[in-house]
Design a protein around this ligand. Structure first.
Ligand SMILES: *Cc1c(COP(=O)(O)O)cnc(C)c1O
Length: 448
């Protein structure tokens, strides 16, 4: 892309082994001061980042295919975001919107009303993290319906707070020994085309979950259904066409609030502003965070005005929610997404990467499935000739790619998915280079 200017050279260049000596020093210091419960998938410490590269403290330039878990879609130092943040911190860093409000918060809410699916009357609330947005979406749904039960799905990931741990499916590492969990959460089967019985349509899969909800909970006891339109941590699972619309139709008919958790899929990642757009669904409430503010901590819920406005004054909020610096960053990041057509860019990334991943799956016998949309793409690794998950080769691929200077993330209930989440501003050349590293890594390890 010609219209992006980069501050750092967009090249992979290693000057030490990874992790280098300075990173190793920091790892030693960290052990003595940072709690062991905080993991890092890459033991290499960042010093600078721009476009598609992260430069580490030893001067190594790595290709970033993770974007800090789908956060830095506009890059980690987008000039527009940097300038907006500088301008705002020079005036005020905080007043608390619940004490002395400011315009930036309103401007973000106005933008969200425009960008999110549906042209109905909407209201928004801003928070700091994805989990906080999810918690608040559930608060609104329960208050609005006067019901308790919340339905989440197999493989779901919604966060690490108590309620969102309860909503999350996978025990290790997210839930194990952290209970007891929030009550009245029910888990339903997810449409998972690669592992479902062949030929099962999205509509059939949804009807099976609907039947269970009706039998096990009762339609009139369900406050909300919460679902990721494409599941993130659970393995980039794209439900079969028809699954989401069928669930939503049922929710609408039964007065159930339909919440799309677009914390990972939102803001151009899947090639549209929101993944709900691709499915033709209009959620009652949508949760957002990761791509929203160019790396600054900001999250939001946007939903039907008639639901959101039911909540009494003071019922929603938080000291830091909608921080003015984060709001300035979000407005600038959204400008960049529009100016550079990052949705189009995400589709372009898909068109470059998917044919290569499919060819790689043909050539080797360890890739069971290639899936995803836009710049949210994944390969699912399996034992050759089976659909048995292979988390060992998955880990090895990420480790080998890192040794070559490519940051790759894994995910999945079975830990056997490599996910590609590049910054949307990555150059074609850099993406091509990283894809070549990935291909060679998979070939080498598949042959062993
Ligand atoms: C990351 C994520 C969350 C949690 O966001 P945090 O900011 O880490 O609290 C919630 N839902 C989805 C779909 C996510 O990917």
């Amino acid at each position: 892309m010609n219209d992006i200017t980069y501050r750092l050279p967009q090249k992979r260049a290693l000057v030490t082994e990874l992790p280098g000596p300075r990173s190793q020093e920091l790892t030693a210091r960290r052990r003595a001061s940072v709690a062991a419960g905080v993991g890092s998938s890459v033991p290499v410490y960042a010093a600078d980042a721009d476009g598609g590269v992260i430069v580490d403290v030893d001067g190594n330039s790595m290709v970033d295919l993770g974007a800090g878990i789908a956060v830095t879609s506009v890059g980690a130092s987008d000039p527009a975001v940097v300038e907006a943040v500088r301008e705002q911190v020079g005036h005020f860093t905080h007043t608390c919107f619940m004490v002395t409000p400011y315009e930036g918060y309103i401007a973000v809410a106005e933008k969200l009303a425009q960008l999110t699916p549906g042209d109905h009357e909407k209201r928004s609330v801003l928070f700091n993290s994805g989990a906080e947005a999810v918690e608040n979406a559930i608060k609104v749904a329960r208050l609005a319906t006067g019901r308790d039960a919340v339905v989440a799905f197999d493989h779901a990931y919604h966060g690490r707070t108590n309620l969102t741990m309860a909503l999350t499916a996978k025990t290790m590492p997210y839930k194990a020994n952290f209970g007891p969990f929030a009550p009245e959460i029910y888990r339903m089967p997810m449409s998972y085309p690669y592992r479902d019985q062949p030929g099962l349509t999205g509509e059939q899969a949804a009807l099976a979950s609907i039947d269970r909800m009706e039998k096990q909970i009762g339609a009139d006891a369900v406050a909300a259904i919460i679902i990721e339109p494409i599941q993130g941590e659970g393995g980039f699972i794209v439900p079969a066409p028809g699954f989401l619309p069928t669930l939503q139709t049922w929710a609408r008919k039964n007065g159930v609030v339909f919440i799309a958790d677009e914390v990972q899929t939102g803001f151009c990642r899947t090639g549209s502003w929101f993944a709900s757009d691709d499915e033709g669904i209009v959620p009652d409430i949508i949760t957002m965070a990761k791509g929203m503010a160019g790396g600054m901590p900001l999250s939001a819920i946007t939903g039907r005005a008639d639901l959101l406005d039911l909540v009494h004054a003071g019922g929603l909020g938080g000291t830091y929610g909608g921080n003015p610096v984060a709001c300035a960053a979000a407005l600038a990041a959204i400008e960049t997404m529009t100016a550079l057509d990052l949705s189009g860019r995400a589709r372009h990334i898909e068109s470059l990467a998917v044919p290569r991943l499919r060819a790689l799956a043909e050539e080797t016998s360890v890739i069971g499935d290639v899936r995803g949309r836009g710049a949210m793409l994944a390969i699912e690794l399996v034992k050759p000739g089976t659909d048995t998950p292979d988390p060992v080769i998955t880990k090895a691929i990420a480790a080998h790619a890192l040794a070559e200077g490519v940051v790759l993330l894994t995910c999945g209930t079975y830990g056997n998915v490599i996910r590609l989440l590049p910054p949307l501003v990555i150059s074609d050349e850099l993406l091509d280079d990283a894809m070549t590293v990935l291909e060679n890594t998979v070939r080498t390890l598949a042959a062993q």
